[in-house]
Design a protein around this ligand. Structure first.
Ligand code: GLA
Length: 714
């Protein structure tokens, strides 16, 4: 096709219930993304969109659907390659596309693009979830050249957004400081959010972000895209505001020190980039993502979860069988489903009595547990509770038998001093033998203890000195193959143990993404369980992850009373990590009552819609509510987050998501024994009133945490 000739254009609208993403070829058969936003009433008109923009200039094609480098586009590419002959140019031309209807809700669009000069092709995949307004986008790259092609950059996707200005909300953090938000207007050039940590890649920056268009979106107003990469390793999100004032978002595996060699006919499938769009603000967008996650991504997203008692903060490494038997009884006394035995149960030559030794040696420590895990599981059953266990299977302490036996299984430079993160090193999951070993840890636990009911899968070190003895000359594959290796292990675990609850943990929220959550039921948002801090941390995570995935444990961090701590932990998957025997009688009574309420409300919290009513960032009180599907039950959590004189709720808080026609019985629950509610007894109000006028939970320095239950009253 000669440049500039007027071949027929192909327009491909990718529609969901409310949105459309429109792809269109130009006269040169270059595939462009010409639109992403609200769906048009008349689908024929999508063809016209491209013509309305007169932004062309000498900088080349700026709206390519998957930007290739070294030929006609000069902006930040999605893909850069080095062909077998050393040539670095790539031009991707539209060939064909197919749409497969997976079911009522899900469709898969595949668009095949080829280089007219080199036998090199990319297929772009758009998996759409119609009702949820969510798209997962990824690419499959392959070639038929005479030898290996190097992929210098291989992003999952790039989006082209149009708007009168763009505002990025991003996150940064560190241990115990997860999900610190920042929002700013994007200026010209490239803003990058990335990780080069290898494992627990989110420690400093997660890949989740939001972009508002035209003006910063609020909770209920404005145009906003929410996105995240489904990948548990190094990622890179580039946001480039170009010379024509369009924003390009390029999301994928981080190509830093990670070029990938691709053999002829071998396929490289990138991880998916998941995104949603709403023109009704961040709240609506987040509910779409949450619904999608529950229905399609996380393990057992429509199912149940277990409440638990964890022993990490009550014993640390200092326990033995009889102490644990006591804790099993405490689990029952507390009234939760499961006891979770944390770190410290393994290692004999190098006992795990602290974090400096034993990781890698997954045999029960004979001094602490002479009768093994089996005896604990048996005792748990006798006590009427379930049993779960902590592992950190991807890691090794140099002081371990594993390290002495298999030094070549460890990621470290052969000729440089070792550098440790929490006294440990990372195992080389690119190596299939290491994959077998890691799978074996889990498999062995379940085989020996078939009633084992839960695993907390921890991951506490980053990758320093990235070098794999296994990968030999392909060292630049390590960061990528590590994650593929991890997913292979998790695939095997899930093939054999499809539903058992697994918690994705990292000492702090260093590890949560939809690449991993596909295999897990929940994650650990932060080691920081101080409840005031958690109000903020959980608030921000909730834009991207449903409440049921958020493991919230009541611990002894901070000075808040048991009520405040438990109320905050109830906004998700409730657990405890406290010394039960130290609870006063009243505290224990309070917890029992709260657990009863949780049982009654958990369906709304876990499977319902979440509404962020009042932000902790700019109010005296934070307010968050959950409504069940039939809008017959709801719960509103309110917390004082400002200690200044007179701080509290002076005006009513408007509720959301209720049925205006329904009448609701409002009742304050989770009252500490002996305290009275200041909310009127038997108060019945319509959804209309509650959403138009609102309700005042009467949060003040004497009532720092107030939980209101709403029940349809007939
Ligand atoms: C990490 C986890 C904690 C605990 C310890 C055990 O820090 O986040 O919850 O499991 O490891 O060493």
């Amino acid at each position: 096709m000669a440049m500039g000739s007027h071949a027929q254009t192909v327009t491909i609208p990718v529609e969901t219930q409310n949105n459309a993403l429109v792809l269109q070829t130009d006269g040169d058969k270059t595939l462009k993304m010409v639109y992403f936003g609200s769906k048009l009433g008349n689908a024929k008109e999508y063809e016209q969109i491209g013509k309305m923009y007169r932004q062309a200039d000498d900088s080349g094609v700026l709206t390519e659907a998957y930007m290739a480098s070294g030929s006609q586009s000069l902006a930040e590419p999605a893909i850069t390659v080095t062909h077998t002959d050393g040539n670095k140019s790539l031009n991707l031309i539209y060939v064909s596309h197919t749409v497969t209807k997976v079911d009522e809700d899900v469709s898969l669009l595949a668009v095949n693009l080829k280089d007219p000069v080199y036998p090199f092709e990319v297929t772009l995949y758009y998996k759409t979830y119609f009702k949820e307004d969510v798209t997962e986008q990824w690419s499959v790259i392959k070639h038929n050249e005479k030898g290996e092609v190097t992929l210098n950059k291989y992003a999952s996707a790039n989006l082209n957004l149009k708007g009168n200005g763009f505002w990025l909300k991003q996150y940064h953090g560190n241990w115990a400081l997860e999900m610190q938000p920042e929002e700013a207007k994007l200026t010209h050039g490239i803003k990058t959010i990335d990780s080069k940590l290898g494992t627990r890649a989110n420690l400093y920056e997660p890949s989740m972000f939001m972009v508002s268009m035209d003006k910063p979106a609020t909770e209920d107003e404005g145009k906003v895209v929410l996105g995240a990469l489904e990948w548990s390793g190094n990622f890179k999100i580039d946001l480039e505001l170009d010379v024509s004032n369009n924003l390009r978002v390029i999301a994928g595996i981080n190509n830093a020190a990670a070029e990938y060699h691709l053999k002829p006919a071998q396929e490289f499938t990138t991880p998916a980039f998941v995104y949603t769009y709403s023109d009704h603000g961040k709240g609506d967008a987040s509910r779409k993502l949450q619904r999608w996650a529950r229905k399609y991504k996380i393990v057992d997203g429509q199912g149940d979860r277990l409440t638990l008692l964890n022993n990490w903060e009550s014993t640390y490494f200092d326990f033995n069988e009889s102490k644990l038997f006591g804790l099993l009884k405490d689990t029952k006394k507390l009234g939760v489903d499961l006891f979770l035995l944390d770190d410290g149960w393994f290692g004999n030559k190098f006992p795990r009595n602290g974090d400096h030794a034993g990781l890698g040696d997954w045999q029960e420590n004979k001094l602490k547990l002479p009768n093994g895990i089996g005896s604990l599981v048996k005792e748990a059953t006798a006590d009427g509770v379930k049993f779960g266990i902590w592992i950190e299977p991807e890691m090794v302490n140099p002081k371990s038998e594993l390290y002495s036996k298999h030094p070549d299984w460890v990621i470290k430079q052969p000729n440089r001093p070792e550098k440790y993160f929490r006294n440990q090193l990372v195992l080389d999951l690119a190596n299939p033998k290491v994959q077998d070993f890691v799978f074996g840890i889990v498999d062995d636990l379940f085989t020996k203890n078939p009633t084992l009911a839960y695993i907390k899968w921890d991951c506490n070190a980053v990758i320093y000195n990235a070098y794999s003895a296994y990968l030999k000359k392909d060292q630049s594959h390590l960061y990528t193959d590590y994650v593929f290796g991890l997913y292979k292990v998790l695939e095997r675990v899930r093939a054999k143990y499809p539903k058992v609850p697994l918690m994705l943990c990292s000492g702090g929220g260093g590890r949560v993404d939809y690449g991993a959550l596909k295999y897990f039921t929940e994650f650990w948002p932060s080691d920081n369980t101080e409840p005031l801090e958690r109000v903020f941390i959980q608030w921000e995570y909730s834009y991207f992850y449903p409440a049921m995935t958020s493991s919230n444990h009541v611990t002894d961090w901070g000075k808040q009373p048991i009520k405040f701590r438990t109320d905050v932990a109830m906004m998700g998957k409730l657990g405890f990590d406290i010394v039960v025997s130290k609870l006063s009688e009243q505290d224990l009574d309070y917890v029992h009552d709260a657990l009863k309420n949780y049982e009654y409300l958990k369906d709304a919290i876990w499977h319902g819609d979440q509404y962020r009513l009042q932000s902790p960032w700019d109010n005296d009180a934070a307010s968050i509510m959950y409504v069940n599907d039939s809008k017959s039950k709801a719960v509103v959590f309110n917390y004082l987050v400002n200690n200044r004189y007179g701080a509290g709720t002076k005006v009513p808080i408007r509720l959301k998501g209720l049925d205006p026609q329904k009448k609701y019985l409002v009742k304050e629950i989770n009252l500490y024994p002996g305290s009275n509610s200041s909310i009127e007894n038997n108060l019945v109000l319509t959804g209309d009133f509650l959403m138009t006028v609102g309700i005042n939970p009467d949060v003040n320095s004497g009532r720092t945490s107030v939980v209101l239950q709403l029940e349809e009253s007939r």
